[in-house]
Design a protein around this ligand. Structure first.
Ligand SMILES: [Zn+2]
Ligand SMILES: [Zn+2]
Length: 139
């Protein structure tokens, strides 16, 4: 889904979008880096110097609550935000915090879990942790 479509859907639900909020959404949809709220702030600030960190946080929360983005929390590291809310998986570097997407359908595992535990599965979260190539080179 692109920004225009999301804006249209939110407008139908009575959510008002300022140009700043739109810039936040567009950045999340285009970037693959899973930025923190701070990183979103620095990016949007370059274009809209008047934007506040508060606007960043409440826009991120609103988009998350409406299911358009994901918040990935990692213990003591800052949460990362993902403009791709569809099921996919992450490979996380424990050293620098880099988060990389991994796309592979896990349908078989889902039906196995559904059968074994009698659940209706509506989502899943699978993550791989390790040390990324950049960090491995530095060590
Ligand atoms: Zn790393
Ligand atoms: Zn992702």
């Amino acid at each position: 889904m692109d920004a225009i479509e999301i804006l249209k859907q939110l407008k139908d639900q009575g959510v008002r979008f300022t140009p700043q909020r739109q810039a936040i959404l567009e950045y999340l949809l285009e970037t693959k880096t899973h930025p923190t709220a701070e990183e979103v702030y620095h990016h949007v600030k370059a274009k809209f110097p008047g934007v506040s960190l508060g606007t960043i946080y409440n826009t991120l929360n609103m988009l998350k609550e409406h299911g358009y983005i994901l918040e990935l929390s990692y213990g003591d590291m800052s949460s990362r935000f993902d403009g791709n809310a569809k099921n996919h998986y992450h490979v996380v570097c424990l050293n620098c915090g880099k988060v990389v997407d991994f796309h592979r359908p896990l349908i078989e595992m889902e039906s196995e879990v559904a059968e074994k535990f009698g659940f209706e599965i509506t989502g899943e979260r699978l993550e791989f942790y390790g040390i990324c190539p950049d960090c491995r080179r530095k060590n």
